[in-house]
Design a binder for this molecule. Sequence first.
Ligand SMILES: Cc1ncc(COP(=O)(O)O)c(C=O)c1O
Length: 376
Amino acid sequence: MTPKVSRFLRDAAPATPCLVVDVDRVAENYGRLKAAMPLARIYYAVKANPAAPILSRLVDLQSQFDAASLEEVRMCLAAGARPEAISFGNTVKKESAIQAAYEAGVRMFAFDSEPELRKLARSAPGAKVYCRILVENVGAEWPLSRKFGCEAEMAKELMVLARDLGLDPYGISFHVGSQQTRTAAYEAAIAKVAMIFTDLKEAGINLRMANLGGGYPVRYRSEVPEIDDFGAAIMGAMVEHFGNALPEILVEPGRFIVGDAGVLSSEVVLVSSKGKDDPVRWVYLDIGRFGGLAETEGEAIKYRFRTPHDGLAEGPVTIAGPTCDSTDTLYEKSNYRLPLALQSGDRVELLSTGAYVTTYASQGFNGFAPLAEHYI
Ligand SMILES: Cc1ncc(COP(=O)(O)O)c(C=O)c1O
């Protein structure tokens, strides 16, 4: 938690649950990534947190943007981004959205299938297009599975088709899965991209761009490699596979830019147990899966907690949200322990909750309002 967030929580004591984001920390993270990968152009993945103060701070820093929808394109434009600084990175788009983004000046689009490529040819003529390929997501705590991307062989055929359809076959992208904890995941994916570049060169197509996606991790309960380790591994792999003919390098970080800039402040609603001799206490918070903590699904993302009793004796807990749905249980199997002194009315903080929280909050499930947000 940054000193600014901690001061704000102490002095303003905002109503819970709420997310407090230190926008200076967002700028610092942008700078750290830039320093770790000076040759890469940063396209912030807006989906991680699309709040206007974040977008406008990133515009000031000359960031570019990866938008997942027409609405996100519009948010970037409203924050002052130039349309040329926006990549429409979702491989699944309505044709009307492609057309509207193109009319707004967006000229870079992702795809991973022939029907999508044909939509782009019709509604974004001449645009730069890049094909997303499937890569291993091993090591990612929030994997993206097979939903997006196509096999390398198909990508090659589609890039040839892109040229034939009058589009600009610009490059290849991948995503190694979010909260990726292994630098090797990028190395393997880069090798795959380089092979596609070589094969397409023989077919007369000179790709110019490698989009290395997102995935750069944030520290939750476990340590993760430093961003400099990712930078070194990635640049090492780029040089190994492309030599001195390096393509333009794009990265699309989301979580890394905003994750540790945010702290969620919550109130303990109830601490109870299911039987007299049951050592496990149930701790019910006023925030849960439907309040925005969607990434606790499968206990995948394990947030760290701060309580007013830290340092005192602890015991095992199951941590749950406030709604009537039993899937609104955050952690039952991950061996969480919290202070024995914890009681109803205590305020607890969930650290590094700046990414993938606010926009996941439901619209009033059980009557609870969507999560309040403070950008400071
Ligand atoms: C296309 C694309 N780019 C970038 C990101 C951001 O990933 P991360 O937040 O892991 O950096 C995502 C996340 O889902 C994505 O789908």
